[in-house]
Ligand binder design. Sequence first.
Ligand code: PGA
Length: 250
Amino acid sequence: MRRTLIAGNWKMNGSLSANAALLAGIKAGAGKARSCELLVCAPFPYLAQCQGELAGTAIAWGAQDVSEHASGAYTGNVAAAMLREFGCAYVIVGHSERRTYQGESSEMVAKKAARALQAGLIPIICVGETLEERQAAQTDAVVGKQLDAVLEALNDEEVGRMVVAYEPLWAIGTGVTATPDMAQAVHAMLRAKIAARSAAAADRVKILYGGSMKPDNAAQLLAMPDIDGGLIGGASLKAEDFLAIASASA
Ligand code: PGA
């Protein structure tokens, strides 16, 4: 049985004071969401704050990107080992905003995922299609190729430790969400691809849905057999909404 993972992606939002209030709110209400695992992915400068506030609680924290390199002359990059030092359990890799604005290729995303796993971090590997690609019936091909690059870079044991997030680009931050059936179809396709590589891994790997997941649509999405949680952007910045989504998974 895969335990539901509700992950907040704060993106480039927050401040020391806003985060303190948000984390206090999540901590206060986390008891009601005990059946699922809660995670917040914060900007790098706030990882120490997350560690300070969340160490010893059931709430995990993580980062939003990691370097594909172990260390060295890579100005501005952050290494997986550094994230581990700040207690991160997870790191998002290949979010569509990084693929789009930072030009990250699927091959680079795969290298980042491998580096994260080697350092003991769980990568949340994001895949997703644009509206044009969906309209051209390219969803499976595009998303499948993004996953293939990762499968090629990882060994079977590593595949079993990754998390995948299906995030259709047209649903991110738009208020438009994939219907539960649309999302389920892509999740099932992704799981079948993982199963072709390793049946044991396919059984274990969590596939999250992301893209305008909110308290009022979460229950239907999370009820689908291959949707194992959510990667939440906007709604993760309000403790009440984030916790309501987590409660919807019960
Ligand atoms: P959203 O973002 O929930 O604001 O649509 C999701 C994401 O980009 O991870």
